[in-house]
Design a protein around this ligand. Structure first.
Ligand code: ADP
Ligand code: MG
Length: 366
């Protein structure tokens, strides 16, 4: 089921009446292709949950339309939209068994859709098998681990085979290992069922790893939409560049002068066709090449061993952060006792941003 958001806007009146309205979702326009998994990504308060609530019908938009396929569902109540919802806090009924919890959305079906107990149990078992909890059907939620509880919540959302699956930070309450495992499983289930899915998270790695497409948001405004790798490789502004990537991008104060890009005193790169100005220079951790007479000189702090790679930790007075992290192959030999270290830079890992607007400056580098 294709989902289309058209000029979708949600304003909340500010508690302080004199202050302007909070625009939680500001004129969203995008299309989620049928059967894809979209990651809504951004810091806390950027409007992710509000967007999901609008899609689910739990909240009414202030403006704009929502389409499921060709149907305009903007005025359709939540229970008629055919959406499955999963929240961070599972929200299971504590006094019901796993089977009863999963069956719950099927209980109120009316008319021709009404199911017998046996039919409901069969559907519940199928959904439980998808998330591999079919051995726990008679337990109560209190007798389950957090991961198992979240699987019950996912099975409950799937039992009606929703047209659209909406997941609001569904993995946040799980420990790191379980989070990894469950996100891979979610992806498998999503692919198996082909249900169009919107996955909300503030965790960039999580969104990048399972999404067909990510929507990066800030303060209710969409910053960039694209395939995870494309957005990572081509951020449109400093916010997006900083939000994606771990370790994060290294940001320096720089200057474009006479066809060269300067960081401090070092001319680090030739840049074509650009006016002289001050810029932010973002360099991805994998954009550094350790080299004795390299273009950028930094103070050496130390080396963090990561196994296959090492992280060279260094300093530079033009760098925004206290430490620069350069990820290089462990085959490189770093002189631990040296006070300084020099790098060459990979041009496609270096991005320039306007000092004023923080928008990307597209220049030819070489
Ligand atoms: P996220 O899920 O990305 O953390 P939310 O969608 O929950 O963000 O919130 C977006 C913005 O809208 C925040 O500034 C939040 O304070 C505000 N907001 C959310 N719900 C309400 C509400 N019911 N009333 C007033 N303001 C709200
Ligand atoms: Mg939220």
């Amino acid at each position: 089921m294709k989902v289309v958001l058209q000029n979708l806007t949600k304003k909340f009146p500010n508690r302080n009446k004199k202050a302007p309205d909070v625009i939680a979702v500001n004129n969203f326009n995008f299309e989620i292709p049928d059967g894809k998994l979209i990651g809504l990504l951004g810091p806390s308060g950027c409007g992710k949950s509000t967007t999901l609530h609008l899609l689910s019908g739990l909240q009414k938009p202030t403006g704009g339309r929502i389409f499921f396929g060709e149907d305009d569902v903007t005025d359709l109540p939540a229970e008629h939209r055919g959406v499955g919802l999963v929240f961070q806090n599972y929200a299971l009924y504590p006094h019901l068994t796993v089977r009863q919890n999963i069956c719950f959305p099927l209980e109120n079906l009316k008319g021709a859709a009404k199911l017998t107990k046996a039919q409901m149990h069969k559907k519940a078992l199928e959904a439980a098998k998808l998330v591999q909890i079919d051995g726990l059907m008679d337990r109560k939620p209190s007798e389950l681990s957090g991961g198992q509880q979240q699987r019950v919540a996912i099975a409950r959302a799937l039992v009606k085979m929703p047209r659209v699956l909406l997941l609001d930070e569904p993995l946040s309450n799980l420990d790191a290992r379980l989070r990894l495992q469950t996100r891979e499983e979610l992806r498998r289930i999503q692919k198996e069922t082909g249900i169009t899915t919107v996955f909300v998270t503030h965790d960039q790695e999580e969104a990048m790893s399972i999404s067909d497409m990510i929507v990066v948001m800030k303060d209710g405004v969409i910053q960039q939409i694209g395939k995870p790798q494309e957005v990572y490789d081509n951020p449109v502004n400093l916010f997006v560049a900083k939000f994606l990537g771990n370790p994060p991008i290294n940001v320096f104060a720089g200057q474009v002068k006479d066809g060269k890009l300067y960081i401090g005193e070092d001319a680090v790169m030739d840049v074509k066709e650009s006016m002289d100005r001050e810029v932010y220079v973002g360099i991805r951790p994998e954009g550094f090449i350790l080299k004795e007479n390299g273009v950028l000189g930094c103070g050496l702090n130390g080396v963090e061993v990561m196994g296959r790679d090492i992280s060279v930790v260094s300093t530079h007075e033009a760098c925004e952060a206290a430490a620069i992290r350069a990820i290089i192959s462990a085959e490189n030999k770093v002189d631990f006792d040296a006070k300084t270290v020099r790098f060459d830079l990979k041009p496609d890992k270096v991005f320039l941003f306007s000092k004023d607007t923080e928008e990307r400056i597209y220049v030819k580098t070489e």
